[in-house]
Design a protein around this ligand. Structure first.
Ligand code: ADP
Ligand code: MG
Ligand code: ZN
Length: 603
Protein backbone atom coordinates (compact mmCIF):
# COMPACT_ATOMS: atom_id res chain seq x y z
CA UNK A 1 0.00 0.00 0.00
CA UNK A 2 2.49 2.49 1.19
CA UNK A 3 5.07 1.03 -1.07
CA UNK A 4 3.01 1.81 -4.13
CA UNK A 5 2.77 5.38 -3.02
CA UNK A 6 6.50 5.48 -2.75
CA UNK A 7 6.92 4.23 -6.24
CA UNK A 8 4.72 7.01 -7.45
CA UNK A 9 6.66 9.55 -5.44
CA UNK A 10 10.10 8.90 -6.80
CA UNK A 11 9.19 9.01 -10.50
CA UNK A 12 7.39 12.29 -9.86
CA UNK A 13 10.73 13.98 -9.51
CA UNK A 14 11.78 12.53 -12.84
CA UNK A 15 8.56 13.60 -14.46
CA UNK A 16 9.21 17.11 -13.19
CA UNK A 17 12.75 17.08 -14.50
CA UNK A 18 11.59 15.61 -17.80
CA UNK A 19 8.95 18.29 -18.22
CA UNK A 20 11.42 21.01 -17.45
CA UNK A 21 13.86 19.61 -19.93
CA UNK A 22 11.20 19.24 -22.62
CA UNK A 23 10.05 22.81 -22.07
CA UNK A 24 13.57 24.09 -22.40
CA UNK A 25 14.03 22.20 -25.64
CA UNK A 26 10.74 23.50 -27.04
CA UNK A 27 11.67 26.93 -25.85
CA UNK A 28 14.97 26.67 -27.64
CA UNK A 29 13.34 25.68 -30.92
CA UNK A 30 10.68 28.33 -30.75
CA UNK A 31 12.98 31.19 -29.95
CA UNK A 32 15.89 30.20 -32.01
CA UNK A 33 14.69 27.98 -34.74
CA UNK A 34 17.80 28.78 -36.77
CA UNK A 35 21.37 29.46 -35.77
CA UNK A 36 21.44 33.17 -35.13
CA UNK A 37 24.21 35.67 -34.93
CA UNK A 38 24.04 38.75 -32.80
CA UNK A 39 25.25 41.92 -34.46
CA UNK A 40 25.02 45.64 -33.77
CA UNK A 41 22.11 47.68 -35.00
CA UNK A 42 24.26 49.74 -37.34
CA UNK A 43 25.63 46.57 -38.93
CA UNK A 44 22.08 45.28 -39.24
CA UNK A 45 20.99 48.46 -40.97
CA UNK A 46 23.92 48.24 -43.29
CA UNK A 47 22.96 44.67 -44.22
CA UNK A 48 19.43 45.88 -45.00
CA UNK A 49 20.89 48.52 -47.29
CA UNK A 50 23.00 45.87 -48.96
CA UNK A 51 19.86 43.75 -49.47
CA UNK A 52 21.40 40.81 -47.63
CA UNK A 53 18.10 39.73 -46.08
CA UNK A 54 15.24 37.87 -47.68
CA UNK A 55 12.96 38.74 -44.82
CA UNK A 56 13.04 40.83 -41.64
CA UNK A 57 11.04 40.22 -38.50
CA UNK A 58 10.50 43.09 -36.11
CA UNK A 59 9.91 42.17 -32.51
CA UNK A 60 9.36 44.52 -29.59
CA UNK A 61 13.00 44.29 -28.56
CA UNK A 62 14.72 42.64 -31.47
CA UNK A 63 15.08 42.87 -35.17
CA UNK A 64 15.88 39.72 -37.04
CA UNK A 65 17.07 39.30 -40.55
CA UNK A 66 16.55 35.99 -42.31
CA UNK A 67 19.07 35.00 -44.95
CA UNK A 68 18.17 32.16 -47.27
CA UNK A 69 21.20 30.64 -48.96
CA UNK A 70 20.33 27.69 -51.19
CA UNK A 71 18.65 25.40 -48.65
CA UNK A 72 20.31 26.88 -45.54
CA UNK A 73 18.60 29.46 -43.42
CA UNK A 74 20.71 31.89 -41.43
CA UNK A 75 19.41 34.36 -38.93
CA UNK A 76 20.98 37.60 -37.82
CA UNK A 77 19.58 39.61 -34.97
CA UNK A 78 20.21 42.94 -33.36
CA UNK A 79 18.82 44.82 -30.41
CA UNK A 80 16.16 47.14 -31.70
CA UNK A 81 16.70 50.83 -31.65
CA UNK A 82 13.81 53.27 -31.96
CA UNK A 83 14.40 54.06 -35.61
CA UNK A 84 11.44 55.02 -37.90
CA UNK A 85 13.84 55.01 -40.85
CA UNK A 86 14.17 51.24 -40.81
CA UNK A 87 10.70 50.65 -42.27
CA UNK A 88 11.37 53.11 -45.05
CA UNK A 89 14.67 51.49 -45.73
CA UNK A 90 13.05 48.06 -45.89
CA UNK A 91 10.34 49.27 -48.23
CA UNK A 92 12.92 50.98 -50.36
CA UNK A 93 14.96 47.79 -50.68
CA UNK A 94 11.87 45.70 -51.22
CA UNK A 95 12.46 43.38 -48.30
CA UNK A 96 9.49 41.54 -46.92
CA UNK A 97 8.96 42.41 -43.27
CA UNK A 98 6.53 41.55 -40.50
CA UNK A 99 6.04 42.48 -36.88
CA UNK A 100 5.92 39.81 -34.21
CA UNK A 101 4.77 39.65 -30.64
CA UNK A 102 7.62 38.33 -28.51
CA UNK A 103 6.75 34.76 -27.61
CA UNK A 104 8.11 34.75 -24.09
CA UNK A 105 5.09 33.54 -22.12
CA UNK A 106 6.50 30.03 -22.02
CA UNK A 107 9.83 31.18 -20.67
CA UNK A 108 8.10 33.43 -18.15
CA UNK A 109 5.99 30.52 -16.98
CA UNK A 110 9.06 28.35 -16.59
CA UNK A 111 11.10 30.89 -14.70
CA UNK A 112 8.33 32.27 -12.53
CA UNK A 113 6.42 29.11 -11.66
CA UNK A 114 7.73 25.73 -12.65
CA UNK A 115 11.33 26.22 -11.59
CA UNK A 116 10.56 27.52 -8.07
CA UNK A 117 8.13 24.67 -7.50
CA UNK A 118 10.69 22.12 -8.53
CA UNK A 119 13.32 23.71 -6.31
CA UNK A 120 10.87 23.67 -3.39
CA UNK A 121 10.11 20.01 -3.91
CA UNK A 122 13.78 19.17 -4.04
CA UNK A 123 14.56 21.07 -0.85
CA UNK A 124 11.61 19.48 0.89
CA UNK A 125 12.63 15.99 -0.08
CA UNK A 126 16.19 16.62 0.92
CA UNK A 127 15.21 17.84 4.38
CA UNK A 128 12.80 15.05 5.12
CA UNK A 129 15.06 12.42 3.73
CA UNK A 130 17.68 13.56 6.20
CA UNK A 131 15.33 13.66 9.17
CA UNK A 132 14.29 10.10 8.69
CA UNK A 133 17.63 8.43 8.30
CA UNK A 134 20.76 8.91 10.27
CA UNK A 135 24.16 8.71 8.74
CA UNK A 136 25.15 5.38 7.38
CA UNK A 137 21.62 4.13 7.46
CA UNK A 138 19.03 3.93 4.84
CA UNK A 139 15.47 4.21 5.88
CA UNK A 140 12.92 2.48 3.78
CA UNK A 141 9.61 4.20 3.77
CA UNK A 142 8.39 7.45 5.13
CA UNK A 143 6.14 6.53 8.02
CA UNK A 144 7.40 6.33 11.57
CA UNK A 145 8.01 2.62 11.38
CA UNK A 146 11.25 2.09 9.61
CA UNK A 147 13.48 -0.66 8.57
CA UNK A 148 17.06 0.32 9.12
CA UNK A 149 19.77 -1.23 7.09
CA UNK A 150 23.31 -0.94 8.29
CA UNK A 151 25.95 -2.56 6.19
CA UNK A 152 28.38 -2.19 9.04
CA UNK A 153 27.16 -1.58 12.56
CA UNK A 154 30.61 -0.61 13.74
CA UNK A 155 29.91 -2.32 17.06
CA UNK A 156 31.93 -5.31 18.22
CA UNK A 157 32.07 -7.46 21.32
CA UNK A 158 34.72 -5.09 22.63
CA UNK A 159 31.97 -2.53 23.12
CA UNK A 160 29.87 -4.83 25.26
CA UNK A 161 30.86 -6.02 28.71
CA UNK A 162 29.42 -7.75 31.72
CA UNK A 163 27.35 -10.19 29.72
CA UNK A 164 29.96 -12.87 29.10
CA UNK A 165 27.56 -15.78 29.02
CA UNK A 166 25.32 -14.16 26.45
CA UNK A 167 28.41 -13.35 24.37
CA UNK A 168 29.57 -16.93 24.61
CA UNK A 169 26.25 -18.19 23.32
CA UNK A 170 26.15 -15.63 20.56
CA UNK A 171 29.57 -16.68 19.30
CA UNK A 172 27.88 -19.73 17.89
CA UNK A 173 25.52 -17.50 15.92
CA UNK A 174 28.46 -15.56 14.54
CA UNK A 175 30.23 -18.74 13.56
CA UNK A 176 27.14 -19.91 11.78
CA UNK A 177 26.78 -16.67 9.85
CA UNK A 178 30.36 -16.95 8.70
CA UNK A 179 30.53 -20.65 8.03
CA UNK A 180 27.01 -21.83 7.35
CA UNK A 181 28.27 -24.51 4.94
CA UNK A 182 30.20 -26.16 7.74
CA UNK A 183 27.05 -26.65 9.78
CA UNK A 184 24.89 -27.68 6.88
CA UNK A 185 27.37 -30.25 5.63
CA UNK A 186 27.06 -32.10 8.90
CA UNK A 187 23.29 -31.87 8.74
CA UNK A 188 23.21 -29.60 11.72
CA UNK A 189 20.19 -27.61 12.59
CA UNK A 190 20.81 -23.93 12.84
CA UNK A 191 18.90 -21.65 15.12
CA UNK A 192 16.56 -19.43 13.18
CA UNK A 193 15.40 -17.17 15.92
CA UNK A 194 17.36 -15.95 18.91
CA UNK A 195 15.52 -14.08 21.62
CA UNK A 196 17.51 -11.79 23.89
CA UNK A 197 15.76 -11.51 27.22
CA UNK A 198 16.65 -9.13 30.00
CA UNK A 199 15.88 -5.89 31.80
CA UNK A 200 16.05 -2.58 29.95
CA UNK A 201 19.45 -1.06 29.43
CA UNK A 202 21.46 -4.23 29.79
CA UNK A 203 22.70 -4.02 26.22
CA UNK A 204 20.36 -6.23 24.21
CA UNK A 205 20.22 -3.88 21.25
CA UNK A 206 23.94 -3.33 21.54
CA UNK A 207 24.62 -7.07 21.59
CA UNK A 208 22.54 -7.68 18.49
CA UNK A 209 24.52 -5.01 16.66
CA UNK A 210 27.75 -6.45 17.97
CA UNK A 211 26.87 -9.86 16.57
CA UNK A 212 26.40 -8.28 13.15
CA UNK A 213 29.61 -6.33 13.59
CA UNK A 214 31.59 -9.37 14.63
CA UNK A 215 30.23 -11.48 11.81
CA UNK A 216 30.65 -8.56 9.39
CA UNK A 217 27.17 -9.04 7.97
CA UNK A 218 24.45 -6.48 7.23
CA UNK A 219 22.07 -5.60 10.04
CA UNK A 220 18.40 -5.10 9.30
CA UNK A 221 16.40 -3.78 12.19
CA UNK A 222 12.96 -2.65 13.09
CA UNK A 223 11.31 -1.82 16.36
CA UNK A 224 8.14 -3.60 17.38
CA UNK A 225 6.61 -0.60 19.06
CA UNK A 226 6.77 1.50 15.91
CA UNK A 227 4.75 -1.03 14.03
CA UNK A 228 1.78 -0.98 16.29
CA UNK A 229 0.55 2.48 15.45
CA UNK A 230 0.30 1.96 11.76
CA UNK A 231 -2.56 1.54 9.39
CA UNK A 232 -3.81 -1.92 8.76
CA UNK A 233 -1.72 -3.78 6.25
CA UNK A 234 1.27 -1.50 6.33
CA UNK A 235 3.08 -3.36 9.09
CA UNK A 236 2.57 -6.69 7.39
CA UNK A 237 3.82 -5.26 4.12
CA UNK A 238 6.88 -3.88 5.84
CA UNK A 239 7.67 -7.23 7.38
CA UNK A 240 7.36 -8.90 4.00
CA UNK A 241 9.60 -6.27 2.53
CA UNK A 242 12.12 -6.69 5.31
CA UNK A 243 12.48 -10.38 4.71
CA UNK A 244 12.61 -9.96 0.96
CA UNK A 245 15.42 -7.46 1.26
CA UNK A 246 17.28 -9.51 3.82
CA UNK A 247 17.15 -12.56 1.61
CA UNK A 248 19.08 -10.72 -1.06
CA UNK A 249 21.75 -9.65 1.40
CA UNK A 250 22.20 -13.00 3.17
CA UNK A 251 24.11 -13.82 5.26
CA UNK A 252 22.67 -11.15 7.49
CA UNK A 253 20.84 -10.46 10.71
CA UNK A 254 17.28 -9.30 11.08
CA UNK A 255 16.73 -7.68 14.45
CA UNK A 256 13.32 -6.94 15.90
CA UNK A 257 13.66 -4.74 18.94
CA UNK A 258 10.94 -4.59 21.58
CA UNK A 259 9.18 -7.55 20.09
CA UNK A 260 6.78 -7.62 23.03
CA UNK A 261 4.96 -4.62 21.59
CA UNK A 262 4.27 -6.65 18.50
CA UNK A 263 3.97 -10.09 19.95
CA UNK A 264 1.78 -9.69 22.99
CA UNK A 265 -0.20 -12.80 23.64
CA UNK A 266 -3.24 -12.51 21.48
CA UNK A 267 -5.80 -13.24 24.15
CA UNK A 268 -4.48 -10.38 26.26
CA UNK A 269 -5.07 -7.88 23.51
CA UNK A 270 -7.86 -5.35 23.77
CA UNK A 271 -10.62 -5.73 21.25
CA UNK A 272 -10.65 -2.86 18.81
CA UNK A 273 -8.10 -0.09 18.45
CA UNK A 274 -4.50 -1.00 17.86
CA UNK A 275 -5.25 -4.66 17.98
CA UNK A 276 -5.93 -5.53 14.41
CA UNK A 277 -2.75 -4.12 12.97
CA UNK A 278 -0.50 -5.73 15.53
CA UNK A 279 -2.20 -9.00 14.89
CA UNK A 280 -1.58 -8.70 11.17
CA UNK A 281 2.02 -7.74 11.57
CA UNK A 282 2.68 -10.55 14.01
CA UNK A 283 0.97 -13.00 11.74
CA UNK A 284 3.12 -11.90 8.83
CA UNK A 285 6.23 -12.24 10.94
CA UNK A 286 5.31 -15.81 11.81
CA UNK A 287 4.59 -16.61 8.19
CA UNK A 288 7.94 -15.20 7.09
CA UNK A 289 9.83 -17.01 9.82
CA UNK A 290 8.26 -20.31 8.88
CA UNK A 291 8.74 -19.69 5.21
CA UNK A 292 12.41 -19.03 4.90
CA UNK A 293 15.19 -21.53 4.96
CA UNK A 294 17.86 -20.92 7.54
CA UNK A 295 20.22 -22.37 4.97
CA UNK A 296 20.54 -18.96 3.47
CA UNK A 297 22.30 -17.70 6.52
CA UNK A 298 19.72 -15.33 7.91
CA UNK A 299 19.41 -15.19 11.66
CA UNK A 300 16.50 -13.43 13.22
CA UNK A 301 17.20 -11.85 16.55
CA UNK A 302 14.69 -10.17 18.79
CA UNK A 303 14.86 -8.45 22.14
CA UNK A 304 12.37 -8.11 24.94
CA UNK A 305 12.26 -7.23 28.60
CA UNK A 306 8.89 -8.86 29.05
CA UNK A 307 9.17 -12.41 27.79
CA UNK A 308 6.25 -13.50 29.91
CA UNK A 309 3.72 -11.62 27.81
CA UNK A 310 4.91 -12.93 24.46
CA UNK A 311 2.55 -14.88 22.31
CA UNK A 312 3.51 -18.54 22.73
CA UNK A 313 3.33 -18.89 18.95
CA UNK A 314 6.50 -16.82 18.75
CA UNK A 315 8.40 -19.17 21.02
CA UNK A 316 7.55 -22.38 19.25
CA UNK A 317 10.34 -24.52 17.79
CA UNK A 318 11.56 -23.09 14.50
CA UNK A 319 10.77 -19.59 15.64
CA UNK A 320 12.34 -17.87 18.65
CA UNK A 321 13.26 -21.11 20.33
CA UNK A 322 16.70 -20.02 21.52
CA UNK A 323 16.58 -17.72 24.52
CA UNK A 324 19.59 -15.85 25.78
CA UNK A 325 19.52 -14.09 29.10
CA UNK A 326 21.11 -10.65 29.11
CA UNK A 327 21.25 -9.92 32.79
CA UNK A 328 22.35 -6.97 34.87
CA UNK A 329 26.11 -7.01 35.32
CA UNK A 330 27.92 -8.09 38.48
CA UNK A 331 30.59 -5.96 40.09
CA UNK A 332 33.29 -7.15 37.71
CA UNK A 333 31.02 -6.64 34.74
CA UNK A 334 30.19 -3.14 35.88
CA UNK A 335 33.85 -2.33 36.14
CA UNK A 336 34.37 -3.55 32.57
CA UNK A 337 31.41 -1.55 31.30
CA UNK A 338 32.75 1.56 33.03
CA UNK A 339 36.08 0.91 31.36
CA UNK A 340 34.40 0.90 27.95
CA UNK A 341 32.50 4.08 28.56
CA UNK A 342 35.43 5.98 30.04
CA UNK A 343 37.66 5.19 27.07
CA UNK A 344 37.34 8.71 25.79
CA UNK A 345 36.89 10.43 29.11
CA UNK A 346 39.75 12.13 30.88
CA UNK A 347 39.84 10.63 34.36
CA UNK A 348 41.76 12.06 37.25
CA UNK A 349 44.31 9.76 38.84
CA UNK A 350 42.26 9.30 42.03
CA UNK A 351 39.69 7.25 40.19
CA UNK A 352 39.45 3.52 40.66
CA UNK A 353 36.67 2.17 38.48
CA UNK A 354 36.35 -0.78 40.84
CA UNK A 355 35.14 1.53 43.57
CA UNK A 356 32.58 3.07 41.28
CA UNK A 357 31.46 -0.41 40.27
CA UNK A 358 31.08 -1.34 43.93
CA UNK A 359 28.82 1.65 44.50
CA UNK A 360 26.43 0.85 41.71
CA UNK A 361 24.80 -2.50 42.47
CA UNK A 362 21.77 -3.19 40.31
CA UNK A 363 22.84 -0.68 37.66
CA UNK A 364 22.47 -1.83 34.09
CA UNK A 365 24.92 -0.93 31.32
CA UNK A 366 22.82 2.00 30.16
CA UNK A 367 22.67 3.37 33.72
CA UNK A 368 26.46 3.17 33.95
CA UNK A 369 26.89 4.90 30.59
CA UNK A 370 24.66 7.65 31.96
CA UNK A 371 26.69 7.96 35.14
CA UNK A 372 29.91 8.40 33.16
CA UNK A 373 28.31 10.99 30.94
CA UNK A 374 26.77 12.86 33.85
CA UNK A 375 30.08 12.87 35.75
CA UNK A 376 31.87 14.26 32.71
CA UNK A 377 29.29 17.02 32.36
CA UNK A 378 29.54 17.90 36.04
CA UNK A 379 33.31 18.11 35.81
CA UNK A 380 33.13 20.23 32.69
CA UNK A 381 30.70 22.60 34.33
CA UNK A 382 33.22 23.13 37.12
CA UNK A 383 36.00 23.73 34.59
CA UNK A 384 38.00 20.78 35.85
CA UNK A 385 40.85 19.35 33.85
CA UNK A 386 39.75 15.79 34.47
CA UNK A 387 36.75 13.96 35.90
CA UNK A 388 37.22 13.32 39.61
CA UNK A 389 35.76 10.78 41.99
CA UNK A 390 33.52 13.43 43.54
CA UNK A 391 31.91 13.99 40.15
CA UNK A 392 31.19 10.31 39.90
CA UNK A 393 29.76 10.29 43.38
CA UNK A 394 27.39 13.09 42.54
CA UNK A 395 26.41 11.44 39.29
CA UNK A 396 25.76 8.12 41.05
CA UNK A 397 23.63 9.80 43.68
CA UNK A 398 21.57 11.47 41.01
CA UNK A 399 21.18 8.21 39.14
CA UNK A 400 20.13 6.39 42.29
CA UNK A 401 17.53 9.02 43.04
CA UNK A 402 16.17 8.53 39.54
CA UNK A 403 16.27 4.76 39.74
CA UNK A 404 14.68 4.67 43.17
CA UNK A 405 11.58 6.16 41.67
CA UNK A 406 11.48 3.21 39.34
CA UNK A 407 12.16 0.80 42.22
CA UNK A 408 15.26 -0.56 40.59
CA UNK A 409 17.83 0.02 43.30
CA UNK A 410 18.44 -2.13 46.32
CA UNK A 411 19.54 -0.46 49.51
CA UNK A 412 22.57 -1.61 51.46
CA UNK A 413 20.39 -3.29 54.08
CA UNK A 414 18.38 -5.06 51.42
CA UNK A 415 21.55 -6.23 49.76
CA UNK A 416 22.68 -7.75 53.05
CA UNK A 417 19.40 -9.55 53.58
CA UNK A 418 19.45 -10.91 50.06
CA UNK A 419 23.06 -12.04 50.47
CA UNK A 420 22.35 -14.10 53.59
CA UNK A 421 19.09 -15.36 52.17
CA UNK A 422 20.80 -16.73 49.09
CA UNK A 423 23.69 -18.07 51.18
CA UNK A 424 21.10 -19.99 53.14
CA UNK A 425 19.68 -21.63 50.01
CA UNK A 426 23.17 -22.49 48.85
CA UNK A 427 24.46 -23.98 52.09
CA UNK A 428 21.37 -26.10 52.59
CA UNK A 429 21.60 -27.30 48.99
CA UNK A 430 25.16 -28.42 49.61
CA UNK A 431 24.38 -29.95 53.00
CA UNK A 432 21.39 -32.17 52.31
CA UNK A 433 22.14 -35.47 50.58
CA UNK A 434 19.61 -35.38 47.76
CA UNK A 435 19.78 -31.89 46.30
CA UNK A 436 21.27 -30.78 43.01
CA UNK A 437 24.71 -29.21 43.19
CA UNK A 438 24.86 -25.45 43.39
CA UNK A 439 26.06 -23.93 40.15
CA UNK A 440 26.09 -20.31 41.16
CA UNK A 441 24.86 -17.98 43.88
CA UNK A 442 24.11 -14.40 42.97
CA UNK A 443 22.58 -11.36 44.57
CA UNK A 444 22.30 -9.36 41.38
CA UNK A 445 18.66 -8.72 40.80
CA UNK A 446 17.42 -10.86 38.00
CA UNK A 447 15.36 -8.94 35.55
CA UNK A 448 12.32 -10.98 36.05
CA UNK A 449 10.94 -11.78 39.51
CA UNK A 450 13.58 -12.74 42.09
CA UNK A 451 16.01 -10.41 43.81
CA UNK A 452 18.85 -12.87 43.95
CA UNK A 453 19.13 -16.45 42.93
CA UNK A 454 20.80 -19.70 43.65
CA UNK A 455 21.16 -21.75 40.55
CA UNK A 456 21.21 -25.49 40.95
CA UNK A 457 21.94 -27.72 38.06
CA UNK A 458 20.52 -31.21 38.02
CA UNK A 459 23.20 -33.78 37.33
CA UNK A 460 20.81 -36.02 35.47
CA UNK A 461 17.32 -35.89 34.01
CA UNK A 462 14.75 -36.95 36.53
CA UNK A 463 11.32 -38.35 36.00
CA UNK A 464 10.81 -39.94 39.36
CA UNK A 465 11.52 -38.29 42.64
CA UNK A 466 11.74 -40.09 45.93
CA UNK A 467 10.21 -38.76 49.09
CA UNK A 468 13.68 -37.98 50.46
CA UNK A 469 14.47 -35.95 47.36
CA UNK A 470 11.26 -33.98 47.60
CA UNK A 471 11.94 -33.26 51.24
CA UNK A 472 15.43 -32.03 50.42
CA UNK A 473 14.04 -29.76 47.74
CA UNK A 474 11.71 -28.37 50.31
CA UNK A 475 14.66 -27.85 52.64
CA UNK A 476 16.60 -25.88 50.03
CA UNK A 477 13.60 -23.67 49.40
CA UNK A 478 13.24 -22.96 53.11
CA UNK A 479 16.97 -22.28 53.44
CA UNK A 480 16.63 -18.64 52.45
CA UNK A 481 14.02 -17.74 54.98
CA UNK A 482 15.73 -19.70 57.76
CA UNK A 483 19.06 -17.95 57.07
CA UNK A 484 17.33 -14.63 57.61
CA UNK A 485 15.99 -15.93 60.94
CA UNK A 486 19.40 -17.19 62.00
CA UNK A 487 21.35 -14.07 61.07
CA UNK A 488 18.93 -11.21 61.60
CA UNK A 489 16.44 -12.84 63.92
CA UNK A 490 13.75 -11.40 61.73
CA UNK A 491 12.22 -12.28 58.44
CA UNK A 492 11.53 -10.38 55.24
CA UNK A 493 9.07 -10.64 52.41
CA UNK A 494 11.80 -11.86 50.09
CA UNK A 495 10.94 -15.49 50.72
CA UNK A 496 7.41 -15.30 49.43
CA UNK A 497 8.11 -17.10 46.19
CA UNK A 498 10.16 -19.75 48.03
CA UNK A 499 7.35 -20.40 50.44
CA UNK A 500 4.81 -20.65 47.67
CA UNK A 501 6.88 -23.26 45.93
CA UNK A 502 7.61 -25.08 49.18
CA UNK A 503 3.94 -25.26 49.99
CA UNK A 504 3.18 -26.52 46.50
CA UNK A 505 5.70 -29.33 46.90
CA UNK A 506 4.37 -30.29 50.33
CA UNK A 507 0.83 -30.23 49.02
CA UNK A 508 1.68 -32.45 46.09
CA UNK A 509 3.37 -34.90 48.42
CA UNK A 510 0.19 -35.20 50.46
CA UNK A 511 -2.60 -35.07 47.91
CA UNK A 512 -0.96 -36.42 44.75
CA UNK A 513 1.81 -38.77 45.69
CA UNK A 514 0.34 -40.27 48.84
CA UNK A 515 3.47 -39.62 50.87
CA UNK A 516 1.79 -38.65 54.11
CA UNK A 517 2.05 -41.05 57.03
CA UNK A 518 -1.25 -39.98 58.56
CA UNK A 519 -3.36 -40.01 55.42
CA UNK A 520 -1.63 -42.95 53.86
CA UNK A 521 -0.97 -43.78 50.26
CA UNK A 522 -4.08 -42.14 48.86
CA UNK A 523 -4.35 -39.61 46.08
CA UNK A 524 -6.91 -36.89 46.51
CA UNK A 525 -6.38 -35.20 43.23
CA UNK A 526 -9.21 -36.07 40.88
CA UNK A 527 -10.29 -34.02 37.84
CA UNK A 528 -7.84 -34.23 34.97
CA UNK A 529 -5.64 -31.26 34.45
CA UNK A 530 -6.24 -29.72 31.05
CA UNK A 531 -3.09 -30.60 29.20
CA UNK A 532 -2.30 -27.31 27.52
CA UNK A 533 -3.79 -24.85 29.92
CA UNK A 534 -1.74 -23.95 32.94
CA UNK A 535 -3.42 -20.76 33.94
CA UNK A 536 -6.72 -20.34 35.62
CA UNK A 537 -6.99 -23.98 36.55
CA UNK A 538 -8.20 -24.92 39.99
CA UNK A 539 -8.27 -28.59 40.77
CA UNK A 540 -11.64 -29.91 41.72
CA UNK A 541 -11.64 -31.33 45.20
CA UNK A 542 -13.95 -34.12 46.00
CA UNK A 543 -13.26 -34.68 49.63
CA UNK A 544 -14.89 -33.69 52.88
CA UNK A 545 -14.03 -30.71 55.03
CA UNK A 546 -12.55 -33.08 57.56
CA UNK A 547 -10.17 -34.56 54.99
CA UNK A 548 -9.38 -31.08 53.79
CA UNK A 549 -8.41 -30.08 57.31
CA UNK A 550 -6.22 -33.16 57.65
CA UNK A 551 -4.50 -32.35 54.39
CA UNK A 552 -3.73 -28.84 55.56
CA UNK A 553 -2.40 -30.22 58.81
CA UNK A 554 -0.18 -32.69 57.01
CA UNK A 555 1.20 -29.99 54.74
CA UNK A 556 1.95 -27.86 57.77
CA UNK A 557 3.58 -30.78 59.51
CA UNK A 558 5.86 -31.52 56.56
CA UNK A 559 6.90 -27.91 56.29
CA UNK A 560 7.44 -27.47 60.01
CA UNK A 561 9.56 -30.59 60.26
CA UNK A 562 11.68 -29.50 57.33
CA UNK A 563 11.96 -26.03 58.78
CA UNK A 564 13.34 -27.50 62.01
CA UNK A 565 15.83 -29.59 60.07
CA UNK A 566 17.02 -26.62 58.03
CA UNK A 567 17.33 -24.45 61.13
CA UNK A 568 19.59 -27.06 62.72
CA UNK A 569 21.77 -27.20 59.62
CA UNK A 570 22.21 -23.46 59.39
CA UNK A 571 22.72 -22.90 63.10
CA UNK A 572 25.48 -25.50 63.01
CA UNK A 573 27.06 -23.73 60.07
CA UNK A 574 26.43 -20.20 61.18
CA UNK A 575 30.08 -19.29 60.72
CA UNK A 576 30.02 -20.54 57.13
CA UNK A 577 26.79 -18.69 56.56
CA UNK A 578 28.38 -15.47 57.82
CA UNK A 579 31.48 -15.96 55.70
CA UNK A 580 29.50 -16.70 52.60
CA UNK A 581 27.09 -13.84 53.17
CA UNK A 582 29.94 -11.35 53.58
CA UNK A 583 31.71 -12.64 50.51
CA UNK A 584 28.53 -12.43 48.51
CA UNK A 585 27.99 -8.81 49.55
CA UNK A 586 31.47 -8.07 48.29
CA UNK A 587 31.54 -10.13 45.12
CA UNK A 588 27.84 -10.43 44.31
CA UNK A 589 28.37 -13.69 42.49
CA UNK A 590 29.97 -16.87 43.75
CA UNK A 591 30.48 -19.91 41.57
CA UNK A 592 29.62 -23.36 42.84
CA UNK A 593 33.19 -24.58 43.14
CA UNK A 594 34.22 -21.61 45.20
CA UNK A 595 31.24 -22.16 47.45
CA UNK A 596 32.20 -25.78 48.04
CA UNK A 597 35.73 -24.73 48.87
CA UNK A 598 34.46 -22.35 51.52
CA UNK A 599 32.21 -25.00 52.96
CA UNK A 600 34.92 -27.64 53.14
CA UNK A 601 37.62 -25.53 54.79
CA UNK A 602 37.67 -25.07 58.51
CA UNK A 603 37.56 -21.53 59.74
P1 ADP B 1 18.63 -2.60 25.90
O1 ADP B 1 18.42 -2.79 24.44
O2 ADP B 1 18.93 -3.87 26.63
O3 ADP B 1 17.58 -1.82 26.57
P2 ADP B 1 20.75 -1.00 24.93
O4 ADP B 1 21.53 -1.95 24.13
O5 ADP B 1 19.83 -0.11 24.20
O6 ADP B 1 19.96 -1.75 26.07
O7 ADP B 1 21.76 -0.14 25.80
C1 ADP B 1 21.77 1.25 25.77
C2 ADP B 1 23.17 1.78 25.90
O8 ADP B 1 23.72 1.48 27.19
C3 ADP B 1 24.13 1.16 24.92
O9 ADP B 1 24.13 1.85 23.73
C4 ADP B 1 25.45 1.26 25.65
O10 ADP B 1 26.02 2.53 25.50
C5 ADP B 1 25.07 1.10 27.09
N1 ADP B 1 25.18 -0.31 27.51
C6 ADP B 1 24.17 -1.11 27.90
N2 ADP B 1 24.60 -2.32 28.23
C7 ADP B 1 25.93 -2.33 28.02
C8 ADP B 1 26.96 -3.31 28.19
N3 ADP B 1 26.67 -4.55 28.62
N4 ADP B 1 28.22 -2.96 27.87
C9 ADP B 1 28.51 -1.73 27.44
N5 ADP B 1 27.60 -0.75 27.28
C10 ADP B 1 26.31 -1.03 27.57
MG1 MG C 1 17.00 -1.87 23.35
ZN1 ZN D 1 14.84 -17.43 48.20
Amino acid sequence: MDKEKEQRQIPFIWIAFGTLFALLVINFYIFSSAPSEQISYSEFKKMVEEKKFNEVIIEPNLVKGIIKEKDKIKEVKAVKVDDPELIKLLEKNNIKFSGKQADTWLRDLLLAWVLPIIILILVWRFLFGRLGAGTGMMAVGKSKAKIYIETDTGVTFNDVAGVDEAKEELKEVIDFLNHSEKYLRLGGKIPKGVLLVGPTGTGKTLLAKAVAGEAKVPFFSMSGSEFVEMFVGVGAARVRDLFAQAEQKAPCIIFIDEIDALGKARIAAPIGGGYEEREHTLQQLLVEMDGFESKKGIIIMAATNRPEILDPALLRPGRFDRHILVDRPDIKGREDILKIHTRNVKLSSDIDLRIIAARTPGFAGADLANVVNEAAILAARKDKKAVELSDFEEAINRAIAGLEKKKKVISKKEKEIIAYHESGHAIVAESVPNADKVHRVSIIPRGIAALGYTLQLPTEDRYLLTKAELLDRLAVLLGGRVAEEVIFNEISTGAQNDLERATAIARSMVVEYGMSDTLGPVTFETGKKPMFLDIGYTPTSEFSDETSRLIDEEIKKIINETHGRVKKILENKKDKLTTLGKLLIEKEVIEGDELRKILSTNI
